[in-house]
Ligand binder design. Structure first.
Ligand SMILES: *Cc1c(COP(=O)(O)O)cnc(C)c1O
Ligand SMILES: [Zn+2]
Length: 549
């Protein structure tokens, strides 16, 4: 991105209204302990700067709205072109349903095939801004995939905890991007608890799902796009299949901001749909309740929507639906699959089951008369299922944690949980990389990150490399040969002449054409020699594993 800005963002407590300056890491309100904080921007200033005119000149993509996203410096943005997805006017489906203005917001067209790409782009950008290089996420599938892809580009190591109900294709997709996939035999809510415990015990950054500021902030960009596409107007309805509810909460917030900016006339009414076997929000809404009764054992094949405990997010959604109008429906798995086939056949859209749930709900909302023929209706076509060829990954792509016998759902006895987590091998091996080219060092670090637990430290020249080795006593040293100042040959000589360091294995990674004499000299000192440019990651990894044995 060519533009850089520094901006002032405040956080506002969704419970008591307390305001504080946004610094990136805050998770709770210091006054009341609330864990959902909302980002607030200087909308008045934006209104005065002719923002809309500027937008017209900007490239497509979600970050065209960067002033309203929680990144302090735009240099940290990690984008893959997410956002600006098409609003397709439903053709045959609109006719079938008698809806003249049915729009399908085609979020399948994100880089990893679901609207979680928006969330991943903002969340990973925030991690970059905070200089965080390792993170933990719990997911029903798509978050893991999207985060894994963006984390790969950002050089961030990702631990993705997935409930075992997630289809294998999705787990493999996340593994393909280099995430550490941990398959938890248990519900999604139990999986979240396991991930949180893991992050805590390893002192790693934990993504808090809908509660993470990036979540709602990213989702609201759908509102901006919808309004812009409709000529800066709000539709009458926004409909989505929901799990944690961040989509509709984000979209409502987006329209609230647009109203303040003078760019929308209202917030659309919200239609939510859940799987019959896991519909805590729908049951609560229909019963007129502000608090949802948890579903402890979701009975649905549609893992994407298997949040049994929506918690505070539902309260927020409930008040939005009270204020702006709303409706809620359930759909059985069979109804969803039927909608899936229909949508593919009549409008050429192949969607994942969680998205089909929304369409099955839409049919019911039309039938019940909630949606009127002239209403402008936007439905979130939230995701596409992308299969992964099994043979690409082999069979070692996931680690396993079984908490199904430890206790019911998320009230896990502590020892049971800890011993389950011990099944995840997290032995850390320390690696010092001495390399003056930062991009090469980053690449090495990324390769190691995705293949196990390596703590990689980088030194940019020979002198500081030696210092780092003395300080950290790594398990292995990877060094370049050509570096300014002290070169690799000298570094190796010094290491080998120091009794306390001479045992540490050394791997040389170089682009230099070695003379026979140089080869000879190195052969007695080092454990592996790899030619840069020609090396593949498997080779590097195998050399390291071999030298560690
Ligand atoms: C996450 C997800 C949902 C549910 O989203 P929330 O707004 O968090 O409830 C629906 N469909 C797909 C494809 C998803 O990935
Ligand atoms: Zn508060």
């Amino acid at each position: 991105m060519s533009f850089t800005t520094t901006k002032h963002i405040e956080l506002c407590c969704t419970n008591c209204g307390h305001r504080m300056v946004y610094e990136g890491r805050q998770t709770t309100c210091p006054r009341c302990g609330e864990t959902i904080l909302e980002a607030c921007y200087d909308l008045e200033m934006l209104r005065q700067t002719n923002w809309v005119d500027q937008l017209a000149t900007r490239k497509l993509g979600m970050w065209r709205y960067h002033e309203l996203l929680p990144i302090l410096n735009t240099e940290h943005i990690m984008t893959m072109g997410e956002g600006s997805t098409p609003m397709l006017k439903a053709q045959n489906l609109g006719v079938m349903l008698g809806l003249k203005n049915l729009y399908i917001k085609d979020e399948r067209q994100g880089p990893t095939g679901s609207f979680k790409d928006r969330q991943a782009s903002v969340a990973i950008s925030v991690l970059r801004e905070l200089n965080i290089s390792e993170a933990v996420v719990a997911s029903t599938g798509n978050v893991a995939i999207a985060y894994a892809a963006y984390a790969a580009r950002a050089g961030i190591k990702l631990w993705a905890f997935l409930t075992s109900q997630v289809p294998g294709e999705k787990m493999r997709e996340a593994a393909l991007y280099g995430a550490e996939v941990i398959k938890v035999t248990g519900t999604y809510d139990a999986t979240k608890a396991v991930a949180a415990r893991f992050a805590q015990s390893k002192n790693l950054f934990l993504d808090r799902g809908v509660k993470t500021i990036a979540a709602i902030e990213s989702m609201k960009t759908m509102a901006y796009e919808i309004a812009e596409d409709l000529g800066w107007r709000a539709p009458d309805w926004f409909i989505q299949g929901v799990s944690g509810g961040m989509g509709p909460i984000g979209v409502a917030k987006g329209f609230q901001e647009l109203i303040e900016l003078g760019l929308a006339d209202k917030v659309p009414s919200i239609g939510i749909v859940q799987s019959e076997g896991c519909a805590p929000m729908i049951h609560a809404f229909k019963a007129g309740q502000r608090i949802a009764v948890p579903v402890e054992n979701p009975q649905t094949l549609i893992a994407t929507l298997s949040t049994g405990r929506p918690g505070r997010a539902y309260e927020i959604l409930w008040s939005l639906m009270q204020e702006y109008g709303g409706t809620a429906e359930t759909a059985s798995d069979e109804e969803a699959f039927e909608a899936m086939r229909l949508l593919a056949r009549v409008d050429g859209l192949s969607v994942e089951p969680a998205t089909a749930v929304a369409f099955a709900g839409l049919f019911k909302m039309v039938r019940s008369g909630m949606l009127k023929p002239d209403d402008v209706v936007v439905i979130n076509c939230s995701g596409h299922t992308l299969p992964v060829e099994k043979h690409i990954l082999g069979d070692q792509w996931a680690r396993q944690v079984d908490v199904s016998k430890v206790g019911q759902t998320i009230s896990l006895p502590e020892e049971g949980l800890l011993s389950a987590l011990e099944q995840v091998d997290t032995t850390v091996r320390r690696v010092v990389v001495i390399e003056d080219k930062l991009d090469a060092a980053r690449l090495i670090s990324r390769i190691l990150q995705t293949r196990g637990q390596y703590r990689v430290e980088i030194a940019a020249d020979g002198m500081s490399g030696l210092e780092l080795v003395r300080e950290t006593r790594p398990d292995v040293i990877i060094t370049d040969l050509m570096m300014p100042g002290m070169d690799g040959f000298q570094v190796i000589d010094i290491l080998k002449s120091d009794e306390t360091l001479s045992q540490i294995p050394i791997i040389v990674l170089t682009a230099k054409e070695l003379t026979p004499r140089e080869r000879e000299r190195l052969s007695n000192q080092i454990d592996a020699l790899l030619q840069k440019g020609g090396f593949v990651d498997e080779e590097l990894l195998q050399s390291i594993i071999k030298t560690l044995q």
